[in-house]
Design a protein around this ligand. Structure first.
Ligand SMILES: [Zn+2]
Length: 457
């Protein structure tokens, strides 16, 4: 039987099929199927001729792998990269249009300690990039610019100019003539990225790739793109906010979930070195429904304000609207408050907001969210000097969380006088932590914690 000349690939999950369909039957997304040429015939594998690489002992390799990282010149960016750029690594930077991806890359170009940097733009002409650099008052002699979308030419330029770092702005604009499909399709993005990776790994070049994200917040193009690179960084939040948060989604050379915080102004992105002050700045104490969470993002402790507004609904079904937190978690916490503690959440609209545009993913934020809702329902403000953290179980118990002591230190550092934590986390505290000028309260249940906060149903 003849092999089909084309196959159909889902741009979201990478599933393949022989027939076109409007909906992907693997991930259930609509309009994500694209055509691509079928792979060539594969023959059974046989060992290749020529010398094979020798294998090494684990202890030997461990001793030799001690790479010198290249600093980006920006502490916040170095932090999300796990301490700087690794030689021969590939980093993918995703974010909404206009959020500051090109600006960040230009600033990196200016500050980095690398000798030669090549900025390849498929979106803007070199004069446009120069204009932008002038606006940001960036002038650098070690930065080379080129406006090109043809991959084969780009490979030629890399071979000729031998840069230390390459920035691709953006991977969706690149195109190779080896495939019939147009730029931005799954095949093109994947093939262009893998060709660039081959080239840069061989030559010990750092590859930085800008990628656009779709409306749903995923990186445009195949999911495989994220598997191909070593590090995936993503801008969080929206482009109309004054602050920009970059989060590590994946990192082969450092911790994930690390965040870097920047402030956007007319001179570009400025590093924010004390993000806690930013996330609790502008709060008004004495307002019911506001709680301060002692959060951990990556390796850093942060204080974040969680706000809840609870009001009687005018609709048959009450609304639950959340930004910065998963709405399913809110439903669970509301159910726990109602069933275990007797709070009447029924018939009440609940709006939850995490100040500063941060997205909270860790379960330790449960206690702050639940106390914000309880405070809003009760119309009683929480003590302005109190912070909390803890995971809430379905029976209303508070479970132990990670990094309790780091949270306590951050709260004390910012002058808070009370911290409420899970009982487990307050058992074996170091003497240095006990000496800190704040009251540490351990609670084993949500009921107890709310009593400490002077809230009741
Ligand atoms: Zn799919």
């Amino acid at each position: 039987m003849a092999k089909p000349a084309v196959r159909y690939v889902c741009t979201h999950c990478g599933a393949t099929s022989l027939k076109y369909s409007g909906k992907c039957f693997t991930c259930n997304n609509w309009g994500t199927i694209e055509e691509e040429p079928a792979a060539c015939d594969s023959s059974p594998l046989s060992p290749t001729a020529g010398p094979l690489p020798s294998v090494e002992c684990l202890s030997e390799t461990a001793a030799s792998v001690d790479h010198e990282r290249i600093s980006t010149g920006m502490q916040e960016l170095d932090r999300v990269l796990g301490g700087g750029l690794m030689p021969a690594s590939a980093v993918l930077l995703g974010g909404e249009p206009g959020i500051g991806k090109s600006t960040l890359m230009l600033q990196l170009a200016r500050h980095t300690s690398a000798r030669r940097l090549l900025y390849i733009s498929g979106e803007e002409s070199t004069s446009q990039i120069r204009d932008r650099a002038r606006r940001l008052s960036i002038r650098s002699d070690h930065v080379l610019l080129v406006s090109e979308v043809d991959l084969n030419k780009i490979i030629g330029i890399i071979e000729r100019d031998k840069p230390d770092i390459i920035i691709i702005d953006s991977i969706q604009t690149l195109h190779t003539g080896d495939f019939r499909s147009s730029a931005g399709t799954v095949t093109q993005i994947r093939e262009c990225c893998s060709a660039l990776l081959r080239e840069t790994k061989q030559r010990n070049i750092v590859l930085l790739v800008i990628g656009h994200i779709t409306k749903s917040g995923n990186l445009a193009g195949p999911k495989t793109l994220e598997h191909m690179v070593d590090t995936v960084l993503q801008f969080e939040g929206e482009s109309f906010q004054r602050h920009r948060i970059i989060r590590t989604m994946k990192n082969r050379f450092g911790p994930t979930n690390e965040i870097g915080v920047f402030r956007m102004d007319e001179h570009g992105l400025k590093e924010v070195t004390n993000p806690s002050e930013l996330f609790i700045a502008g709060r008004t104490s004495g307002v019911p429904g506001n709680a301060i969470l002692a959060a951990i993002e990556g390796t850093r402790a942060l204080l974040v304000e969680v706000q809840a507004l609870v009001s009687k609904t005018n609709f048959p079904v009450a609304q639950r609207i959340c930004t910065g937190i998963d709405s399913k978690r809110i439903s669970i916490l509301l159910a726990v408050l109602e069933k275990r503690l007797g709070f009447g959440t029924w018939g009440q609209d609940v709006f939850i907001k995490v100040a500063g545009g941060l997205k909270l993913a860790e379960p330790a934020s449960d206690l702050a969210v639940a106390s914000a809702i309880a405070s809003g329902l009760n119309n009683t403000a929480l003590s302005p000097g109190m912070v909390c953290a803890g995971e809430i179980g379905l029976s209303g118990e508070i479970r132990a969380i990670s990094n309790g002591e780091r949270r306590i230190r951050e709260a004390a550092h910012l002058g808070f006088d009370t911290i409420i934590l899970p009982k487990e986390n307050t058992r074996e505290l170091k003497p240095a932590i006990r000496k800190l000028p704040l009251k540490i309260i351990g609670c084993s249940s949500l009921q107890k914690a709310l009593e400490e906060m002077k809230l009741s149903a």
